[in-house]
Design a protein around this ligand. Structure first.
Ligand code: X8Z
Ligand code: ZN
Length: 579
């Protein structure tokens, strides 16, 4: 056989590279889809092999790219060459067997997480993450809460040995491509110096921190009153299992404990959906109709045939919600174990945001088939979900009438428990992983450093002292699954920036939290314009196309919650703030 002629120009190299990666990525996604919707040893092996082929081809092509002269081609060539090194959140070294091993480690960790179960004291049936999460959300019994919390966190122990090996191997791969470590590689995806990016996240956090602290103080006070001083210190960190969520990342589960009293009835979307006997498919249809109202196309027929919307009874699956674009054309799908709740109603909008973004950039060349940066991808569906207002729910017939005007503060508090409470958690996961990858945190202090950061940023503590036998970061999906997390922090800021910009673009009056962009073709046009760009331009250009601004800014979030901040400050008079 003749050897392939060496490429004479970047353009030719890139055309060949994009085609090869596209084919391997499709194969990997197909195998991964089957694995995640039908976990067994065969699908694990198929998914792992397909991913490992993609890993080794990517590393090989990146190395080859350093020898390709860039001169002469269009400017997009230089950008593509830059992005090529950053297409995957994981890179294996070229040492024999390492991409196989790295791929196996990640597949196994994801499988262990998916199979986690715990039998609650006094019960016989094991509960999965969803079942245990219900306990965290609904129970007010400290010992049951602690049982569900510690029971789930035991899954981390089984993930720890693989995680340690994965860190070492992933770093070797990243270093071979010239990055300091895998964390530095992740931070290089933002069209700026990786250190400047870290400072950028500090800047945004400093802007929203006073709001978080006000919310934290208010919530701690109410929990102190409810659980008493033996369980909740009036001025210390809050026990993590009292916040209504397995990772204390969103606190709307305990809204009933915190609602302003006396409060006019707010909107209980869960109750409405259950009373109407809404099905998972209908929930997705509601979300699709929102996107269509903006002027976007309905989802393809294959979406409805191929998506997994409910948990199958007869096999293990990965329930954590995700959106897929299997063939980089129009084979869009979501995979979710939908429950009939307001929370999942919003998550469906989140996932469809990914699908609509994927579809919008499908006409870009393969290396530009991505969001402006990963925070943009996470922010689109959330931006839409911010428009799920009482007025919108009335318009689409889910509510008979809107709640009384006095219910506003309850609604804002509920939103803040979801969005503001999340902010420091969004930072912690990767602040911790950045330090792990850089070696600043060694394996002997994985868990202690995790809790030091959780305490420092979130002001929370574990229900009981945690040792190094445990591996609590491993109990959060994105850690065993190797999904970078700073994207969610950014998205929680960006979605309000987007919402504010769209609100202004359509000339909607009224405070931000009352505005819905439903049915606005102008809002859809702006969103579409940005999404179609994919990653072909640097993200400030994409941000500008939609918002007119070139910097990420927390002003939208601050403005959105301004009435709540005033209210919280009043409630917190005489109450300690901070921990
Ligand atoms: O993982 C997700 C999405 C899938 S991309 C459901 N989210 C983060 C999480 O659940 O921890 C959305 C919010 C944060
Ligand atoms: Zn997402």
């Amino acid at each position: 056989m003749l050897a392939e002629p060496s490429s004479s120009s970047a353009t030719e190299f890139l055309a060949r590279t994009e085609e090869r990666l596209r084919v391997l990525a499709i194969e990997s996604q197909q195998a991964d889809w089957v694995y995640q919707t039908f976990i067994n040893s065969d699908t694990e092996s198929l998914a792992s092999h397909a991913f490992s082929r993609l890993l080794s081809a990517t590393a090989e092509l990146v190395k080859e790219s350093t020898r390709v002269p860039v001169t002469g081609g269009p400017p997009s060539d230089a950008r593509k060459l830059k992005l090529l090194r950053l297409t995957l959140p994981l890179i294996a070294s070229s040492a024999p067997g390492e991409s196989e091993e790295l791929s196996r480690l990640v597949t196994v960790m994801a499988g262990r997480f998916a199979k986690g179960r715990h039998v609650m004291r006094g019960e016989t049936e094991p509960l999965d993450l969803q079942g245990l999460s219900h306990v965290l959300e609904e129970s007010r019994d400290p010992s049951r809460l602690e049982d569900a919390w510690t029971g789930w966190h035991r899954v981390g122990r089984e993930i720890r040995p693989e995680f340690e090996k994965y860190v070492a191997l992933a770093n070797r791969g990243a270093r071979e491509l010239g990055f300091a470590d895998t964390g530095a590689m992740w931070r290089s995806k933002y069209d700026m110096d990786p250190d400047d990016f870290a400072k950028e996240t500090d800047r945004l956090w400093a802007d929203v921190r006073p709001l978080y602290e006000a919310l934290h103080a208010y919530v701690r006070r109410r929990l102190f009153e409810f659980y008493g001083p033996e369980r909740v210190e009036p001025n210390g960190p809050i026990p993590a299992h009292f916040l209504g969520n397995m990772w204390a990342q969103s606190w709307e589960g305990i809204f009933p404990l915190l609602a302003p009293v006396p409060s006019p009835p707010g909107v209980d979307l869960t109750k409405v959906l259950v009373a109407r006997k809404t099905t998972p498919v209908e929930m997705v249809r509601f979300a699709e109709r929102f996107f269509v109202s903006l002027g976007l196309e309905p989802l393809p027929a294959t979406f409805w045939e191929r998506s997994m919307l409910t948990r199958p009874r007869d096999r293990e699956v990965v329930c954590h919600a995700s959106a897929w674009d299997i063939d980089f054309e129009n084979d869009l799908r979501i995979k979710m174990c939908v429950e009939i709740t307001g929370d999942d109603f919003r998550t469906i909008h989140h996932e469809l945001g990914h699908n609509y973004y994927q579809r919008a950039y499908a006409r870009q060349p393969f290396l530009f088939q991505d969001s402006a940066h990963d925070g943009f991808h996470e922010a689109i569906g959330d931006t839409i979900a911010l428009s799920v207002t009482p007025e919108y729910l009335r318009q689409i017939g889910l509510l008979d009438r809107e709640p009384e005007t006095g219910a506003d503060m309850g609604l804002l508090l509920q939103r803040a428990l979801e969005k503001v409470a999340f902010l420091p958690f969004g930072l912690v996961v990767d602040r911790w992983r950045w330090d792990v990858f850089s070696g600043k945190i060694s394996p002997s202090e994985y868990n202690a450093s995790w809790w030091a950061m959780r305490r420092g940023y979130q002001g929370i503590k574990p229900p009981e002292p945690r040792g190094e036998l445990e591996f609590d970061p491993g109990a959060k999906y994105h850690v065993p699954s190797n999904v970078p997390y700073m994207r969610y922090f950014l998205a929680h800021i960006l979605q309000f920036q987007f919402h504010r910009a769209l609100t202004r673009a359509i000339g909607a009056p009224g405070p931000l939290h009352t505005v819905s962009i439903y049915d606005s073709k102008e809002a859809g046009r702006r969103l579409g314009k940005m999404m179609e760009m994919g990653s072909s331009q640097e993200w400030p250009d994409a941000l500008e196309a939609m918002t007119g601004e070139r910097r990420m800014s927390a002003e939208g979030l601050i403005e959105y919650f301004a009435p709540l901040k005033r209210w919280l400050d009043e409630q917190n008079r005489g109450v300690p703030v901070g921990w």
